[in-house]
Design a protein around this ligand. Structure first.
Ligand code: SF4
Length: 327
């Protein structure tokens, strides 16, 4: 039995920051995924041949035991990625990551200058500078660094500057994620959601911004399949991609967590191997059927095949177009 290609694991809700767009309200509590559940999950992912094990938070580096946990995964799964705000990065942390056999890191930068980055993530702690220095250190030490940039209404015009910044820092990959107003981000969806026409323009222009091939731009699945006009792939939820939340719930995508009909199981109650086996043998069709029902209940001609998370969380009446948005 083949496993999902990519498993995302929310290892903690700890976080020293309080980013306005956070879909998890990270930093408001100190919940960790228990170690025994993590260990079993890694063992099961290894047995299933999972290729990418994606460690997210919260801030994974806020966990004291993170290096042992990362190493346990890196010894068993081909590619282990850690996602960080960069807040804790320094030489000592980098050495620990090396010992844990981590080679690839996604670091968040949400603006090309201190002002934009601080509005979204900072609190006057000079995070932009600190994050850029952390990225340079990581690159010097041989890590593959991708800058993760959540596109929102404050920064959607900044892609060319982000490309320039990546180029200056020596970063080869810029990963653009669509803002999905879940969690804390829901409180500011009016301020952060990019109206559809602006988003379309931005996405159409993307290739123009690539800096002579020095910086590769990638977009996440929510944007990749968000709009018919640009659609390259369909939603990978469940087929190639699984999220395990910090409380052990297994979902085809983390953004579906509010909808219990999409939950596949919980690794505190059953092994991931068994949850996945059931999903593959008799759950996948049911999941797809639930999706159909969900889409059709939205009574929206554009719903089918686009990112379900985007539909669930966004009030599209607010964001259809700049010209049609309410005053
Ligand atoms: S629902 Fe959206 S964010 Fe989730 S996997 Fe599908 S395309 Fe990606």
């Amino acid at each position: 039995m083949r496993g999902p290609y990519h498993v995302e694991i929310e290892i903690t809700l700890r976080c020293p920051l309080h980013c306005v767009h956070c879909s998890l309200r990270a930093g408001e509590e100190k919940t960790d995924l228990p170690n025994e559940n993590y260990i079993e999950l890694v063992e099961d992912c290894a047995k299933l041949g999972v290729r990418i094990f994606d460690v997210i938070g919260g801030e994974p580096l806020a966990r004291q035991d993170i290096y042992e946990l990362l190493k346990f995964a890196a010894d068993r799964i081909p590619k282990v990625i850690i996602n960080t705000s960069g807040y804790f990065i320094n030489k000592k942390i980098i050495n620990n990551l090396k010992k844990a056999r981590i080679k690839e890191i996604f670091v968040s930068l949400d603006g090309p200058d201190p002002e934009k980055h601080e509005i979204i993530r900072g609190d006057g702690r000079n995070l932009f500078q600190k994050t850029c220095e952390g990225i340079k250190l990581l690159i010097e030490e041989g890590f593959k660094v991708t800058v993760a940039f959540v596109l929102n209404r404050i920064n959607y015009r900044d892609i060319p500057k982000m490309v320039e910044l990546c180029s200056t820092l020596g970063v080869k990959n810029l990963f653009i994620l669509g803002f999905i107003p879940a969690g804390r981000g829901a409180e500011q969806q009016k301020e952060l959601l990019v109206p559809k026409d602006m988003l379309m323009e931005t996405l159409i222009d993307l290739k123009r911004y690539e800096n002579n091939g020095k910086v590769r731009i990638m977009v996440d699945c929510s944007m990749d399949c968000a709009f018919y006009e640009l659609k390259k792939n369909s939603c990978p939820a469940g087929a190639d991609f699984i999220t395990v939340t910090v409380n052990g719930d297994v979902f085809p995508c983390g953004f579906l967590r509010e909808n219990q009909e999409f939950k596949l199981g919980n690794i505190k109650e059953r092994r991931f191997l068994d949850i996945w086996r059931d999903f593959v043998t008799n759950g996948y069709e049911k999941f797809k059927k639930n999706l159909e029902i969900y889409y059709s209940s939205m009574n929206d001609s554009e719903s089918k095949d686009i990112c379900l998370a985007r539909k669930i969380y966004s009030d599209f009446n607010l964001v259809q177009n700049e010209n049609s948005k309410p005053a």
